[in-house]
Design a binder for this molecule. Structure first.
Ligand code: SAM
Ligand code: DTB
Ligand code: SF4
Length: 329
């Protein structure tokens, strides 16, 4: 969808926008179930990149200490625990600029993925930049979806990150699509961007061919020691509007209400679900920072009468439109 169309939606009266988003949601989803995804940071901190929101960049003096890649048995323990709490997607993150085939770290990660994939949950990884060969290996190892966020608009991106470019991010997304993995791609609200920046990001994401399978909307968790530690919180109505527009623009994606829920009321989250969010991170920790307790989320879902989505490990990447280029890269 083009920017002008997205902007026209965003500027609708609030209830009219919610009504349209709800109609699109109901036409594309059989039920209002929410997907529960558990995150685990398998390699924390010490990252070479300078993303100004991130506690894991080695360039900032944050509370996060650099750690080595976790052992496979420890990852398995956490994956089994996630499954036991009802999570159906396990997402492993690594604080790397990217990964290269043939390196010890890549081979270790592939082995971890192969074992986690046997547990019956969807497997998602986010390891930074990937080349075409690395993407094929990850697909073969059992990855369902690869998370690689664009985070903000092309225009605002250089204000947030200088050590890699928007084009680098788009190239990785294309490699993921070419390898037949589903793409999980979204952004962060609260990086000092305008609503137009948010919609420009959504324009790029909604023009992917095929559209992403999941679309995380993070609200910045301000991390002490990072350049964005003092950023203003996101306006609740802007967040709900953004979710509604994302639901309309990418109707079949799981729109994930991602980082930032610890600072949201139950009522705000309920509005987000009504507007089309149908996935959350579930479990007390995101990568380095907090997330609502499992019991709190279970109580909220029960109060709203929302069920949870079953895993689909066979999930194939959605088909591409052959007439269109794969992505704007
Ligand atoms: N290093 C890899 C990369 O950058 O693609 C993977 C890990 S990185 C931490 C994954 C995503 O987490 C980022 O793209 C960003 O969207 C999100 N993220 C990181 N720090 C955040 C924060 N403080 N608040 C909200 N989202 C954050
Ligand atoms: C995504 O969009 N959000 C997640 C996941 N994909 C990898 C990460 C959120 C990180 C929040 C900050 C932290 O825990 O350090
Ligand atoms: Fe590194 Fe990813 Fe954090 Fe950027 S967002 S500093 S690439 S871990």
């Amino acid at each position: 969808m083009k920017f002008n169309e997205l902007k026209a939606l965003f500027e609708l009266p609030f209830f009219e926008l919610l009504k349209q988003a709800r109609t699109v949601h109901e036409a594309n989803w059989d039920n209002p179930d929410v997907q529960l995804c558990t995150l685990l940071s398998i390699k924390t901190g010490g990252c070479s990149e300078d993303c100004s929101y991130c506690s894991q960049s080695a360039r900032y003096n944050t509370e996060v200490e650099a750690e080595r890649l976790m052992e496979k048995r420890d990852v398995m323990e956490r994956a089994l625990a996630a499954k036991a709490t009802g999570s159906t997607r396990f997402c492993m993150g690594a604080a790397w600029k990217g990964v290269r085939g043939g390196t010890k770290r890549f081979e270790q990660v592939v082995e971890i993925i192969e074992d986690v994939a046997k547990l019956g949950m969807e497997v998602c990884v986010t390891l930074g930049e990937l080349g075409p060969e690395e993407a094929k290996r990850l697909k073969k190892a059992g990855v369902t979806a690869y998370n690689h966020n664009l985070d903000t608009s092309p225009e605002h991106y250089p204000n947030i990150v200088t050590t890699h470019t928007y084009e680098d991010r788009l190239r990785t997304i294309r490699n993921v699509q070419d390898a037949g993995m589903s793409v999980c791609c979204g952004g962060i609200l609260g990086l000092g961007e305008t609503n137009d920046d948010r919609l420009k990001m959504l324009e790029v994401i909604s023009e992917f061919n095929p559209q992403p399978e999941s679309l995380p909307i993070n609200s910045l968790m301000p991390m002490p020691g990072t350049p964005l530690e003092g950023a203003e919180p996101v306006d609740v109505f802007d967040l709900v509007r953004m979710i509604a527009v994302a639901r309309i623009a990418v109707p079949k994606a799981k729109v994930r209400l991602s980082a930032g829920r610890t600072r949201m009321s139950d009522e705000t989250q309920a509005l987000c679900f009504f507007a089309g969010a149908n996935s959350i991170f579930y479990g007390e920790k995101l990568l380095t920072t907090g997330n609502p307790a499992v019991e709190k989320d279970q109580a909220l879902l029960a109060k709203l009468g929302l069920g949870t989505l079953a895993p689909n490990q066979e999930l194939a990447a959605p088909a591409a439109d052959k007439e269109k280029p794969l992505c704007p890269a």
